[in-house]
Design a protein around this ligand. Structure first.
Ligand code: E4P
Length: 216
């Protein structure tokens, strides 16, 4: 499973990129709004920083308007993926983007049929939202498992991005259940690295080493 970062904050993207584990970035209108910056210039900046897929979401709700908006986004940089909501109009737009060779990430996926439809429309990625399903008492990880099974059985090339990831257990389980990618906030990426036994182990190695050095 690959790692994307889920943010529009350039410092966070730079920090994750420096770790050497980053394969892409996802943004959404909420994340862009939080930054208070110009949408297109921020997307351009991110796409120049990270060589992998950078998802930029359309705001329009009508297919023809989504297509126009998406074409402009895709022209910003070759690594832009147009993020499209899972709606009837969104599916039509995904098909059009697929015919044009423009990559898409179908977002706000909450059941397996939505994922299957998006894949059949030619989506490059689908994004099932784990945390938001868990929030309403449904099981986001089971959804990842179902979508992974369906895509494998029917040999669909669409990749699954585990989205709305809230904690490290989501990450491990998404990887085990067949997600190709997890898009994760920086705070959770940082949480993946640490274990108290690693920290105390280092401390002990250093103390033991110091004792040897002191013996001369
Ligand atoms: C995915 O692409 C979305 O940007 C994101 O994961 C949404 O997560 P949230 O539920 O934390 O807003």
């Amino acid at each position: 499973m690959k790692f994307f970062i889920d943010t529009a904050n350039i410092d966070e993207i730079r920090e994750a990129h420096e770790l050497g584990i980053l394969s892409g970035v996802t943004t959404n209108p909420t994340l862009i709004a939080k930054e208070g910056v110009d949408f297109h210039s921020r997307i351009k900046e991110i796409a120049a920083l990270v060589p992998g897929s950078v998802s930029a979401e359309v705001i329009s709700l009508k297919a023809d308007e989504m297509i126009e908006e998406g074409k402009v986004l895709a022209a910003i940089a070759p690594n832009i993926t147009v993020k499209v909501p899972m709606t009837t109009e969104g599916l039509k737009a995904v098909k059009a983007f697929s015919d044009l060779g423009i990559k898409t990430n179908v977002t706000l996926i909450f059941n397996a049929n939505q994922a299957l439809l998006a894949a059949r429309a030619g989506a490059t990625y689908v994004s099932p939202f784990l945390g938001r399903l868990d929030d309403i008492g449904q099981d986001g990880l089971t959804l990842i498992e179902q979508v992974a099974q369906i895509f494998a059985i029917h040999e669909l090339p669409t990749e699954i991005i585990a989205a709305s990831v809230r904690h490290p257990v989501h990450v491990t389980e998404a990887a085990l259940r067949g997600a190709h990618i997890a898009t994760i906030p920086l705070k959770v990426i940082k949480g993946l690295m640490h274990h108290p036994l690693t920290d105390s182990g280092i401390e002990r190695f250093l103390e033991d080493w110091k004792a040897v050095e002191n013996r001369g």
